[in-house]
Each structure stands twice: as C-alpha cells, then as structure tokens.
Design a protein around this ligand. Structure first.
Ligand SMILES: [Zn+2]
Length: 103
C-alpha cells in the first residue's frame, strides 16, 4: 500500500463516475424523442432529468479539475497559464508526480 493509494483510489472512483455520467448524458438527450409520445408531465420530467444530469456532470467536471496534487498540494492538471483536463494529464503540472504514482 503506497503513500497515495487511497487518494488515487478516490480519484479513480470520481473518474469512473464522470465517465459513466458522460456516457449516460446522450441517452437523456435522446429520450427527448421518446418522451414526445407520452403525456406532457412525463416529457417535463424528462427535461428536468436532462437538466439535473447536465448540472451533475458540470459539478463533477469542476470537482475533477480542482483536484490537487497529493504531493505538492497545487492543482494537478493546470498551471496559471493553461487548463488541462485532469483525465488526460499524465503527471502533476507543478511537481511532475506521475498519475497513479504511489510515492
Ligand atoms: Zn504536484
């Protein structure tokens, strides 16, 4: 068990939830065509689901982008002059800690 094992485990959980949310998001959009055959209140509930899903997705993305490095405590994927997706960042933008490194 490395020094950062638990922190990386939590990161992986958040990453997997975000990927699932991204996969599910087009489904909520596609359901728009299905819901038109149902009463208005079902279609309205569908729009609410779409909006809530979008907000949750946005919140998860913000949370992941705000991930701080477990070693140096600065933003893992971003410098002051650029923003990088934490999902795609192979290492800390500040101290070079490799993603999933144990120490
Ligand atoms: Zn760092």
């Amino acid at each position: 068990m490395g020094l950062y094992s638990e922190a990386w485990f939590e990161y992986k959980q958040l990453r997997n939830q975000l990927l699932l949310a991204y996969l599910g998001f087009p489904v909520t959009f596609a359901l728009k065509w299905v819901w038109r055959f149902f009463p208005d209140w079902v279609a309205f509930a569908g729009y609410i689901l779409f909006l809530v899903w979008a907000l949750v997705l946005f919140g998860m993305e913000v949370r992941l982008r705000g991930l701080t490095c477990f070693h140096c405590g600065k933003k893992f994927a971003s410098q002051w002059w650029y923003q990088r997706s934490t999902l795609l960042a192979p290492e800390c933008a500040h101290c070079g800690l490799k993603k999933y490194a144990e120490h």
